[in-house]
Design a protein around this ligand. Structure first.
Ligand code: 5AD
Ligand code: SF4
Length: 453
C-alpha cells in the first residue's frame, strides 16, 4: 500500500474536534500520516460546522482555496482528494456537490466509520474515468458509528475529549442540530469507561465528556439494569478510571439537569466546578417562542441548587440576541438576568436564520443593525462580569493543568478549573502536570501566577 498524507481542518464545536481525531486515528490504520500543510496532502478533510451562516460561508471560501491547490497538483499528475465532512456536509450535501463539483467526497457525521470504504470506492471511480460522480454518504446510522470507529486511539496530550452522546430531540426553533446530528443517542457506560481508560493510558489527565445535550445522556451499563444518567456516569468514571485527575462535560440543557448531576458536583473531587449551561435568552416570552420549554425562574432555581451543592461552582452560558420578535423589553430582561446570575464567561451570538428550522419562517426578523447593537451591549456586560470573575481569583491558589508551551522560552500555559488560561514561568518542564498556582495578576482573558512549592 502506498503511503498517503492527510490534512484535516476542523470548524465548530468540540464534537467536531473529537470526530477529527477519530477520523485521523482510523485513517492511520489505512496508511495515512498527518501533514500540517494542505499542499502536501493526498487527502484534505474539511470537518465543517453549520450552526450559524458564517460557519457555512467559511466552508465555501476554504473550498475555493483548495480548488486552486487541486488544479495545480492535478496538472503535475498528483492526487488531491477533497472531502467535506461534518454538519454542513450533512445539511447541504447536494448544494456542495453542485456548487463545488471538484469536491470528491461528502460524508455526514454519522458515517465516519465508512470513510476507508468510501475512499476505496472513490479510487475505483477515479480509475474508471467515465464515472466522475462524487462519493456521498449522509445517512443516519448512529448505532454503528462508535463501535465501528473503535480504532486504536492515538491521543496525544494531557487533555482529551470523549463523545458520550450525540444528536438532539429538543427541536429548539433556531437550531439546526437535530437535522445535522440526528436523534439523540447515548453510548454504553462500558464503552465509555473503556475509552476513558485508553485515553488515560495514552497520557490524558483530564477528560471532557461531550454531547450536544450531554446531560440528556441515558446509556446502558452491564452492571445495572435500566439506564444510567450523566451524574451516575461521572461517579462510575471517577471510581473505575484510575489516574484520571480531572473530569468535565459539555453542553447541558437546563431541562435535563437532574439530581445525580448536582450531587456529582458535591461529591466527586475530580469533577471541575465549572458548568456551561446555556439559557439563550433572559425573557420568558422569547424562551417560549424558542421552544426551550423552561422559564427564567426554572433556570435560576437550578443555578441555586448547584451553588448549594458546590459553593465553588461558576457558570457560563450561550445567548442569542435578536431572535425573531425580540422586543427592546425582552432584551432588557436578558441584561437584567445576566446581572442577576453573574457569569464567569459566556458566548453570545446574533440570531442567524438556518435553513429548515422553524424560526427562519417567522416574520418579525430583526435587522442586522438592531442585532449588532444588542450584541455589543450584551457582550460588554458579559466581558465586565468575566473581568470581575478573573479579578476575584487574584491572590488565591488554584490547581492548573499545564498543556501548552508559552511563546517565550521557559514559559508555560495551563488552564484553571474555570478554563482561564494561566501563564507561569518555570525552569522545570511542567507540561502534562497539575500544579497549585498562586494567581498574581488577572486580565480580561487570562491569569498570571507563580507555582507554589
Ligand atoms: N443563530 C445564532 N446562534 C445560534 N446558536 C444555535 N443556533 C443558532 C442560530 N440559528 C447558538 C446557541 C447555541 C450555540 C452552540 O450556538 O446559543 O447554544
Ligand atoms: Fe456546529 Fe453544531 Fe455541528 Fe458542532 S454540532 S459542528 S456546533 S452545527
Amino acid at each position: 500500500m502506498t503511503h498517503k498524507k492527510l490534512f484535516i481542518k476542523t470548524y465548530g464545536c468540540q464534537m467536531n474536534i473529537y470526530d477529527s481525531e477519530r477520523m485521523s486515528s482510523m485513517l492511520m490504520l489505512h496508511n495515512y500520516s498527518m501533514t500540517q500543510e494542505p499542499e502536501d496532502a493526498d487527502l484534505v478533510i474539511l470537518n465543517t460546522c453549520h450552526i450559524r451562516e458564517k460557519a457555512t460561508e467559511k466552508v465555501f471560501s476554504a473550498l475555493g482555496r483548495l480548488h486552486l491547490i487541486k488544479e495545480k497538483k492535478i496538472k503535475k499528475g498528483l492526487t488531491f482528494n477533497i472531502a467535506v465532512a461534518g454538519c454542513t456536509a450533512q445539511a447541504e450535501g447536494s448544494e456542495i456537490a453542485k456548487r463545488a463539483p471538484y469536491v470528491d467526497l461528502i460524508i455526514g457525521p454519522q458515517s465516519y466509520h465508512e470513510l476507508p470504504e468510501m475512499l476505496e470506492r472513490l479510487k475505483r471511480k477515479q480509475e474508471n474515468k467515465k464515472d466522475s460522480k462524487q462519493v456521498v454518504e449522509t445517512n443516519f446510522t448512529t448505532v454503528d458509528k462508535f463501535d465501528a470507529l473503535n480504532a486504536p486511539y492515538n491521543h496525544k496530550g494531557p487533555t482529551a475529549f470523549l463523545t458520550i452522546q450525540e444528536g438532539c430531540d429538543k427541536f429548539c426553533h433556531f437550531c439546526v442540530v437535530p437535522y445535522t446530528r440526528g436523534a439523540e443517542f447515548s453510548r454504553s457506560v462500558d464503552s465509555i469507561i473503556e475509552e476513558a481508560k485508553k485515553l488515560v493510558s495514552q497520557g490524558a489527565l483530564e477528560i471532557t465528556l461531550l454531547g450536544q445535550n450531554v446531560n440528556a445522556y441515558h446509556g446502558n451499563y452491564s452492571k445495572y439494569s435500566g439506564e444510567v444518567t450523566l451524574g451516575r456516569l461521572c461517579y462510575e468514571l471517577a471510581e473505575h478510571v484510575p489516574n484520571l485527575k480531572s473530569l468535565r462535560y459539555l453542553t447541558c440543557h437546563p431541562r435535563d439537569v437532574h439530581l445525580e448531576q448536582i450531587e456529582a458536583h458535591r461529591d466527586i473531587e475530580i469533577l471541575q466546578p465549572f458548568l456551561h449551561l446555556p439559557i439563550q435568552s433572559g425573557s420568558d416570552r422569547i424562551l417560549k417562542k424558542m421552544n426551550r420549554k423552561h422559564t427564567v425562574d426554572d433556570y435560576k432555581k437550578i443555578i441555586d441548587q448547584f451553588r448549594q451543592a458546590q459553593p465553588k461552582i461558576a457558570f457560563s452560558s450561550d445567548f442569542i440576541v435578536g431572535y425573531p420578535g425580540e422586543k427592546k423589553q425582552d432584551f432588557l430582561e436578558t441584561l437584567k438576568f445576566v446581572q442577576d446570575i453573574d457569569y464567569a464567561q459566556s458566548f453570545s451570538f446574533k440570531y442567524s436564520i438556518r435553513p429548515g428550522t422553524s424560526a427562519g419562517f417567522l416574520e418579525e426578523q430583526l435587522t442586522e443593525e438592531e442585532k449588532g447593537e444588542r450584541l455589543q451591549m450584551l457582550k460588554q456586560l458579559l466581558d465586565s462580569q468575566q473581568l470581575k470573575f478573573n479579578e476575584a481569583l487574584c491572590h488565591t491558589t488554584v490547581p492548573v493543568l499545564f498543556d501548552r508551551l508559552g511563546k517565550e522560552k521557559g514559559t508555560y500555559i495551563g488552564k484553571s478549573p474555570y478554563l482561564q488560561p494561566v501563564h507561569v514561568v518555570s525552569s522545570e518542564d511542567i507540561l502534562g502536570k497539575i500544579l497549585p498556582v498562586h494567581i498574581t495578576h488577572s486580565g480580561p482573558n487570562s491569569l498570571n501566577g507563580t507555582i507554589k512549592n
